[in-house]
Design a protein around this ligand. Sequence first.
Ligand code: C2E
Ligand code: CA
Ligand code: CA
Length: 688
Amino acid sequence: MSDSLFASYLIQGTGALITALIFGGFYREYRRTFLREWALSWSALCVTFAGAALSAVLYDTRPLDDPVRLGLSLVIGAAGYLEVVWLLFGSGDLLGRRPFTPGERRFFLAFAAAAGAALTLVHATDPGGTSIRFLLRAGLRGVIVGIAFLVAAVHVWRAPGVHAIGRRIVVAAFALFGLSQFQLLAIQISGRADALRSSFILSLGFGEFLLMFAMGLGVVIWLLEEQHAAATTNAAQVEQLALHDPLTGLPNRKLFLDHLTIAIPQARRNKHKLAVLFIDLDRFKLVNDSLGHSAGDKLLQVVASRLRSALRETDTVARMGGDEFTVLAPVVHTVEDAIAVARKIRDAIKELITIEGRELFVSGSIGIGIFPDDGADATTVLKNADAAMYRAKAQGPDLFQLYTSEMNAHAIEQLALESALRRGVESLEFLMHYQPIVRTTDGAVAGMEAMLRWKHPVLGLVRPEQFIRLAESTGMIVPIGEWALRTAVRQLADWRAEGFPDLRMAVNLSTRQLQHPDLALCVRNILDECGVPAHALELEINETSATESGLDAVNQLAELKALGVGISIDDFGTGYSSLQSLRTFPVGALKIDTTFTRNLVRDANDTAIAIAVIALARSLGLRVVAEGVEHPTQLDFLHVQQCEYWQGYLCSAPVDAKEATLVLRRMSAAAGRIMSPVSLGAVGAASA
Ligand code: C2E
Ligand code: CA
Ligand code: CA
């Protein structure tokens, strides 16, 4: 029997050794504390089995009280209990328990070793008392080891981390090993004869070996699985960072383009459309500037989450950067579907947003690009949605706009125009035209309005509508405007010297010029330079730029007015100014815009507006000039309404200086006679 016992212990010891080596080796690699504890635990187990194997050899040859056998018993007992403590240290660590202090560790280990040794020594030499001796030595230890393994199995099960095959193997092996301790005990207590059969002892040892091997293998698999999971999470994190906007968590431009690139062939295959919506918040810069960047960030986050929840799971919502978002609706059937998405977006953004205790009304401009109508590939559709957004924004806040191919053409045209304009400024391709401002009562020319023209080498004469905005937005208007002012005032000086000493000159100013800090200085210099009195100059500012200009502009105008320069509000009635805001302005005249004059007499509404403006101006002590008079009936009307001045093709279109001089001569010759509208028409026709 001792032979089979020896063999069984040897097998189990080998199993423990292999397991200890596996744990130790993996500890070196992974540095997980539980691996070190378990390597120690299995080393102790290995010592126990080695000791047991040796004592099995000595069993028949040496007496019970032989010092070698006693020594061996001591070692086996101590190691058997140390094994349990290390096992539990390890499984406790797995659960994330507070590690024991070195002092505590020493205490537990010493206690376990001492208890184990003491229990084996009691009754060590008691030959007949097999049951007591056995119960204290193997029995108690079996119970404790069994419980410890069951506890460790629970710990392993409950430990955080990956729950997959590896961990299940470990739990199962621990639990079986724990239970097998009880089974062993039961068999030995019952004293069943077959328990002593050598084949049984051998198979028992072999079973334990397998269980230990399973533990080692299970831990290896478990660690590999954890490593794999960690790698996957890392990869996901890296991807999240590379493809998402950190502020809102939305996909970024790259990921959006990826989605779009995948969606396009799908749409082509399934013969449906897809829509890309480009959203830009209105006045976001204002929020950022006035409430600070953190408020701006919060606003973006709120908008992001609103977009996300307003749209379908299958839609992609991305942040392009700044206050720009995009939405991909991968399946739409008609343009109306795309518009419905735009409406949803608009409503989601427009809901009141409270940030840092402030209530904000936010809106967005939305451009819509549709595949395949507006582009055959991802970048084109996106670019065109962007162009549509710009168009929407130009028309005012809170609008959406479908892409049209003219937009592209328009953009290209604008670009060409811009470089041409730059060249125009350099090579002085500008000239001035003049249009008489006629006094209604006697038909005398009271003044001239200077109109800028651009003599484009290919396009010919270009009117301001086509380039003033561009000149404004590029800042080129400042040098151009100064040139226009100087040219007009110089011309005025000539005319005044040539027999029209009371003639005045009206010059148009744009918003940008008005905001220029040197405006007043520049005007004064030009007047001095040309020797023209200030009261002979009138500056025309359109209604919108008058209401939008700041205090600095108003102060400059007040300074000019103090000099004697006249100020008129141009295009009156087309802006949305309240008269109140015009009160702060040093205004001397109002000009009724061509659009109202055009429909005078014919359209009751426009007629009413003209009547109201004339009455209003009179009550405020302002002069009134009606622009765009083309028909004698319009002039009759102005007569009746006692509108003091008028301009228009009926007298003359804006013409160059030479022709304007002829008109001046003719008109002043005719003045004095009461002019009938018919004769005026003849003059106008002659000069046009
Ligand atoms: P505005 O000051 O309202 O000028 C009147 C516009 O009406 C001029 O167009 C003029 O040619 C046109 N007009 C004159 N009589 C008639 C008429 O009987 N019927 C019709 N249908 N139109 C008439 P234009 O010359 O194209 O100028 C357009 C605008 O460009 C001007 O509007 C003015 O705001 C701006 N502008 C013109 N010259 C300058 C300039 O030197 N500097 C700046 N900043 N703006 C200028
Ligand atoms: Ca004007
Ligand atoms: Ca006008």
